[in-house]
Design a protein around this ligand. Sequence first.
Ligand SMILES: Nc1ncnc2c1ncn2[C@@H]1O[C@H](COP(=O)(O)OP(=O)(O)OP(=O)(O)O)[C@@H](O)[C@H]1O
Ligand SMILES: [Mg+2]
Length: 182
Amino acid sequence: MSDEKTPGATVWLTGLPSAGKTTLANELAGRLRAEGRRTEVLDGDEIREFLSAGLGFSREDRHTNVQRIGFVAELLARNGVLVLVPVIAPFADSREAVRKRHQSQGTGYLEIHVATPVEVCSVRDVKGLYAKQAAGEISGLTGVDDPYEAPVSPDLRIASHTQSVPESAADLYALLTERGLA
Ligand SMILES: Nc1ncnc2c1ncn2[C@@H]1O[C@H](COP(=O)(O)OP(=O)(O)OP(=O)(O)O)[C@@H](O)[C@H]1O
Ligand SMILES: [Mg+2]
């Protein structure tokens, strides 16, 4: 049960397009808010519209996008907010830089790998990106023709293809409880 004294933290959900990052973040945010926890979701699409407007999908721009989100997340987390970040963040060094920023400020940081395999993600294809890539309409899709460096030792790996949404969210909630963050 959370209260005013529960410390903030950033919970980064990394994984392929359609892995389930946004779904899980929203599910968990709903549960935490119902308990009175101050929670924010920094979703990739929304961020790209505002904070990262103008950035593309080159390696450099993807890195910049992740650093900007990490910066804002840390500011919020430092002030007691539980920040959920459902953002692909394909490069290990970008994620590591965000972790280090949090560590240097003494702010909690958890990395969650939403580890749905590309074969499942491409069938879910929530935004139609896999189909567009297959049709040659777009290129540079993470996990297909752009790199995805899976976390080697995340705080939690979620096999969303073997679980329901509430089950995955419950695993995540259990981790937060275990770390004194929920
Ligand atoms: N256990 C689960 N956890 C999360 N999502 C699941 C699970 N099982 C099935 N799904 C479904 O998978 C889809 C995941 O889509 P979602 O938009 O959350 O992906 P995403 O990782 O945010 O993708 P993107 O990077 O494109 O934003 C949803 O339709 C969701 O209902
Ligand atoms: Mg999403």
